[in-house]
Design a protein around this ligand. Structure first.
Ligand code: HPA
Ligand code: ZN
Length: 336
């Protein structure tokens, strides 16, 4: 193990872009399929992993929504979330802001309450037993109509104490942020934080819409902002964080090769980029593996790694006081 790999492993960090459904490992998928008597179109864990070869976002999404069908009972959502948190403990991750896709479940007849209560109970236990703090972000599926997103927001209203923010995910191209202008306005009026996937496959115009119309607090992915210098300048001026996901970008062919990943360029321009895993069960690695593989591919320096870890707290929805404590811990670790 290289010195920088050791350094990454011990570095305190936060994860800001993680879909809980994307942390469903094939082993747990099989266990839940058996527990819930659901048939899945694979014979073995190896066959599932072999099917995880994607040439774009949509090919991944088709398999990801299929995998989520094994999640039925509150305990299933608990087990999914708990498995992710214990995995994050091993990566020395101190804080997570995780997405879930309620419509993937409510559209199959699963109650919103079952989904959120299972996830929330695991997040509370994660805080108590693992010392990992967390916020939950509810995503709207952008391939569905805005009216469906409104129904989801209504279902969430009795649970607002458990939800920090709303996001926008699923098939990007053809479903611009402007399609969801009204529901995001309602979410903002409820005091929720706003994030959106933008510029993963979609053009810079979608990032402008996310800024101007949705009034986002943070950009998920955002890679394609680099095609527009004015947009880059604006993102820097507004101090917005980008939740970049290198192994996801590689798996979904957003980049040809990790050595071509623009993360170093983003940092050099002054963008507040962070490293995240997106859907680790599907893209071959959790948080530290994303740091380690990217470090190796583009020669991230120790100082860049420190900046990335600090950005993960600075870009979080924690209080300034909590952010300062975590960044202080990073200073202590990197000096020690
Ligand atoms: N992009 C869009 N939707 C998603 C993703 C992603 O990377 N992961 C899970 N849903
Ligand atoms: Zn994502």
């Amino acid at each position: 193990m290289s010195n920088l790999e050791k350094f990454i492993n011990g570095l305190p960090k936060a994860e800001l872009h993680l879909h809980l459904e994307g942390s469903l490992e094939p082993e747990l998928m099989f266990e839940l399929a058996k527990r819930n008597n659901i048939s899945i179109p694979f014979d073995s864990v190896e066959a599932v992993r072999a099917a995880y070869k994607f040439s774009n976002l949509q090919e991944f999404l088709d398999i990801y929504y299929q995998g989520a069908q094994v999640l039925i009972n509150e305990q299933d959502f608990y087990d999914l979330t708990w498995a992710y948190l214990t995995r994050m403990k091993a990566d020395n991750c101190k804080h997570v802001e995780v997405f879930f896709d309620p419509q993937t479940h409510t559209d199959r007849g699963i109650d919103f309450d079952i989904v959120i209560n299972g996830i929330n109970r695991a997040l509370e236990d994660g805080k108590k037993e693992l010392g990992i703090s967390s916020f939950l972000i509810m995503c709207f599926l952008r391939h569905l109509p805005e009216e469906e997103a409104f129904k989801t927001l209504a279902m969430a209203t009795p649970h607002l104490a458990k939800v920090k923010g709303v996001g926008l995910d699923s098939s990007e191209v053809g479903h611009p942020p402007s399609k969801f202008a009204n529901v995001f306005k309602s979410a903002r009026d409820l005091g929720l934080k706003i994030v959106a996937h933008a510029g993963e496959e979609g053009p810079p115009e979608y990032i402008y819409e996310a800024l101007d119309i949705l009034q986002i607090d943070r950009i998920d992915h955002g890679n394609r902002c680099l095609e527009d210098e004015k947009l880059v300048a604006r993102i820097i001026e507004e101090g917005l964080t980008l939740t970049v996901c290198p192994l996801s970008n590689l798996s979904l062919c957003v980049v040809k090769d990790l050595t071509q990943h623009p993360l170093k360029v983003m940092l050099a321009k002054g963008l507040k980029a962070t490293i995240n895993s997106d859907d680790p069960a599907y893209f071959g690695g959790y948080l530290n593996k994303n740091y380690i593989e990217t470090q190796k591919a583009i020669n991230l320096t120790r100082d860049e790694l420190i900046t990335l870890a600090k950005n993960s707290f600075k870009g979080s929805f924690l209080s300034q006081q909590e952010i300062d404590v975590h960044c202080g811990d990073i200073d202590v670790y990197s000096l020690g």
